[in-house]
Design a protein around this ligand. Structure first.
Ligand code: ZN
Length: 76
């Protein structure tokens, strides 16, 4: 009953884009320059609250290379 090993072979290679991450800029979306690939496509994405931190963390994602980066987000 351990046939699940083959499932690992279906994980796509790193070069594939991750479907649930943004892969294109929305019209009017303000974007910054990506620290990794240099494209203007680094956008604020999800907000994560950590009770150990004074400010929530905003996950930024590059729509070009899908690098993610967490930055503190000041309360509004
Ligand atoms: Zn990038």
């Amino acid at each position: 009953m351990s046939g699940g090993l083959a499932d690992y072979a279906t994980i796509p290679p790193m070069t594939s884009k991750i479907p649930w991450l943004p892969s294109e800029l929305q019209p009017g979306q303000k974007a910054e320059r990506c620290p990794r690939c240099g494209a203007i496509g680094f956008i604020p994405w999800t907000l994560r609250r950590d009770r150990n931190l004074p400010t929530p963390l905003r996950t930024w994602v590059c729509v070009n290379c899908q690098t993610t980066q967490e930055r503190p987000e000041p309360d509004v």
